[in-house]
Design a protein around this ligand. Structure first.
Ligand code: ZN
Length: 269
């Protein structure tokens, strides 16, 4: 049977059969891949999945949302409903609510829609409540990160509120495997990162550095993911760093430093 994968912008999630895929909270823009496909493609461009695409409402336009009264309250309500809606019967409804919640949630921070944020809204509650502290010295990576960017003349405010914890990101609904998530992006008053303990065990040393610096770049430098295309392979903000098994510490240093150099150039202008 044909198996499909989709990506939340960070990870490859799946495999799913067609029937299982229908149960995922996909948008028409979600990038999918299956064996035989050269590259990731948005759902809406995959002909054999047309009937699935047509069952998903298109995302609301920015202008349609900002004209809605009390959009902030609506956002909170919808998110709460999405999180509490757990039984399968309410799934269809929750899918629609989720899309609305995602759109409303995202415009406040970035002004456009991303799959990653849609997922974040849905998962945030369970991730935060299931998180726990560990012996892993995440602070070591944070200190090193700030030293490294400091060497490039980048000195962002260092927030007192720093949450970096493990959370079992692979035991959540609709998430087969997520390696790490950052919630502090575009919020300079906090660092909030959750790392999947299963990933941490599996990842070798360079991959752990790639993962930590990737999430810290989101969180501290507000850098977005790069497109999941072969030309970005090897870079720090490449969304599929789980493919970096053969990368070395030298590769990591080169990738991170070239990103910092790029950011330093931009801020000088
Ligand atoms: Zn990322």
């Amino acid at each position: 049977m044909k198996k499909y994968f989709y990506t939340n912008g960070v990870d490859k999630i799946g495999p799913f059969t067609y029937e299982e895929l229908k149960e995922q909270n996909l948008s028409r823009e979600t990038m999918l891949w299956f064996y035989g496909l050269d590259n990731w493609k948005p759902l809406s461009e995959i002909e054999e999945l047309n009937s699935l695409t047509n069952s998903i409402p298109p995302l609301l336009k920015f202008s349609e949302i900002i004209n809605t009264d009390n959009s902030n309250n609506i956002k909170k309500d919808f998110i709460e409903k999405v999180i509490t809606a757990k039984n399968p019967k309410s799934r269809k409804k929750s899918k629609t609510l989720l899309i609305i919640a995602a759109v409303l949630g995202v415009i406040i921070f970035v002004g456009y829609i991303s799959i990653k944020n849609k997922k974040n809204n849905m998962l945030y509650n369970s991730i935060a409540t299931n998180s726990y502290k560990t012996d892993v010295d995440f602070n070591f990576y944070v200190e090193k990160f700030y030293r490294d960017i400091g060497n490039y003349g980048i000195f962002p405010k260092k927030p007192k509120n720093q949450i970096i914890k493990f959370s079992k990101l692979d035991q959540l609904d609709n998430a087969t495997h997520i390696h790490g998530l950052s919630y502090g992006m575009n919020d300079d008053d906090k660092i909030e990162i959750y790392i999947n303990p299963t990933t941490w065990d599996k990842f070798n040393k360079p991959m752990r550095y790639f993962l930590m610096y990737h999430e810290l770049s989101h969180d501290v430098l507000n850098v977005d993911d790069l497109k999941n295309s072969p030309s970005n392979e090897g870079k720090l903000m490449y969304p599929a760093i789980f493919t970096y098994e053969s990368k070395t510490m030298d590769d990591f240093i080169e990738s991170s430093h070239s990103l910092f150099e790029e950011i330093a150039k931009k801020t000088k202008k």
